[in-house]
Design a protein around this ligand. Structure first.
Ligand code: S3P
Length: 197
């Protein structure tokens, strides 16, 4: 089944570009790995979690790579695997929270890729992470809130380059998926919603 997703246009412009992959960006705890598979299922696409792919290719979980080999090594691996994953089509890709802030990464999301920024506050992110089984070594520090706030502040300008932004604060994963699908409905050059065929 062909899924009619077309790239949103910022203003009056030629024909929208066909979207063949969605990339979910945002801070740790934004819900990328929860919402991603649900969105992929709704589109009939495949879900890819970049952390999982990186771990698989490295033969070790992400937290272990960061602790044993260092953050720099992890970033290099994540970047290599990311470039390969972003060549796939009909995929929803969740990238790790640090991926968009690395040089050249957001530039990879051109053409047929639509990026979705899931917004979350540092406080909500930490609350969600507290209930998660995935370790986040970057936040295992004396003052996680201050660290999360400062990381978020530094990364914001990169996240802001996402094509669409969806607030996840006080929203359930189901509601977030609904909000994303609504934003994906093609809009005409003047921002008027069109019916999909
Ligand atoms: C990181 C986010 C993590 C993971 C790693 C580093 C970051 O992914 O890639 O622990 O730098 O923000 P999630 O955003 O899926 O938690």
């Amino acid at each position: 089944m062909k899924t009619p997703v077309r790239k949103l246009q910022a203003g009056p412009s030629p024909e929208p570009v066909s979207v063949e992959r969605l990339v979910i960006i945002g801070f740790m705890g934004a819900g990328k790995s929860t919402v991603g598979p649900m969105l992929a299922a709704r589109l009939g696409w495949t879900f890819v979690d970049l952390d999982h792919e990186t771990a698989e290719q490295a033969g070790a979980p992400v937290d272990e790579i960061i602790r044993r080999r260092g953050l720099e090594d992890f970033r290099r691996l994540e970047s290599e695997v990311g470039r390969e994953v972003l060549r796939r089509t009909r995929v929803v890709v969740a990238v790790g929270g640090g991926w968009p802030a690395e040089p050249g990464h957001m530039e990879l999301l051109a053409g047929g890729t639509l990026s979705v920024w899931l917004l979350v506050s540092a406080g909500t992110a930490l609350a969600r992470i507290a209930g998660s089984v995935t370790p986040r070594p970057l936040l295992e520090v004396a003052d996680p809130l201050a660290t999360a706030e400062s990381l978020l502040a530094r990364r914001r300008k990169h996240y802001e380059r996402g094509d669409i932004r969806i607030d996840t604060e006080h929203r359930t994963p189901d509601q977030v998926v609904g909000d994303i699908l609504e934003s994906l409905a093609p809009r005409g050059a003047h921002g008027k919603r069109e019916e999909t065929a």
